[in-house]
Design a protein around this ligand. Sequence first.
Ligand code: PLP
Length: 400
Amino acid sequence: MAFKPANNIQDLQYFGEFGGVNPSISDSSTYTFLSAKTMFDTFEGNADGCYLYSRHSTPSNLYLGQALAAMEGTETANVTASGMGAITAVLMQLCGAGEHIVSSRTIYGGTYAFLKNFTPRFNIETSFVDITKLDVVEAAITPKTKVLYCESVSNPLLEVADIAGLSKLAKKHNLKLVVDNTFSPLSISPTQLGADIVIHSLTKFINGSSDTVGGVVCGTQEFIDDLRNVNDGACMLLGSTMDSLRAASILKNLRTLHIRMQQHSYNGNYLAERFEKDGLKTVYPGLASHPSNELFKSMMNEKYGFGGMLTVDVGSLDKANALMELMQKRNLGYLAVSLGFYKTLFSAPGSSTSSEIPADEQKEMGLSDGLIRFSIGLDADIERTYTMMHACMKELEILK
Ligand code: PLP
């Protein structure tokens, strides 16, 4: 299939039911059949183009899935009710009792909790490793391993996975490489680098308006059919289905993703450079000081930049909290979790989005108390934002 990134989303053409320029929304949970035989064939998965029941699929969800598959360069995609709905379904589909996953240790706290606390109930074990060290990753693979799991750019430490290197390992050991690309849509195209399955939390940059949760699994037709199978498909049976109205609204937002990502990246890069010059401990994949700056450059679709996520370590949780409260008071963003909004969002991951990770493990992976995660917004005047943030830091004596 030809690769068609979302910046070419204008190439997708829709004619709604009445000639509308947006596809018509299918506002139904169930579908009629003219013949009982077609209904039976649909259950069996043998009636292409027929809809059965909306937990299985809907026209609106298929439109969104097609657009996201076009963005990631996969054969097809299945949208889900949340990012976690996508992650849990994929991992439960790929692994059964007695099997094993090798995962990056720096991943979203919810994914970490699922692998650490939930899947062991089904006798699925996970080894958490430093994903930036391919020899360590390979050493963790056992005959029971089925999946290599990572985030292209990790939450919250912004570690960068060498997707091509991991893909080689996955092929060598006959594993599936599953990549959560939530932090770097458009900037990184994991399947072009050898990933088998790409997941997004649509809740973040892709939808971009912080009004819904959503997720997607991008992969081969065969794998997506497996997920939707009425007899043993994890998406069908675990039931994390997206609502059609939401699918329609996310599709409309997706069309501006390429413009938004350029602005998020521009602003992120600007602030990261300024903060670093000020002497703050700043992590941003676009900085030469980032240990994987060169790797990111070798993987990226340059036009979309290094993304809108950066972290700054201000030394202690008290200082981090004081700074976030002051920045919110000055209308520089919101003290809120999540990312990809038009306003800057900031939170201290150690006590919020990564609090599922025990304190000693946080420490070992370098997640310090004073770390603030920023999702930089679409500010039109980022220089003014910087000046105001700088003033807050001076006032709190974070900067001398
Ligand atoms: N993946 C990453 C990298 C995330 O940051 C998150 C949420 O913060 C998720 C997955 C989960 O997505 P959702 O909240 O849509 O279930």
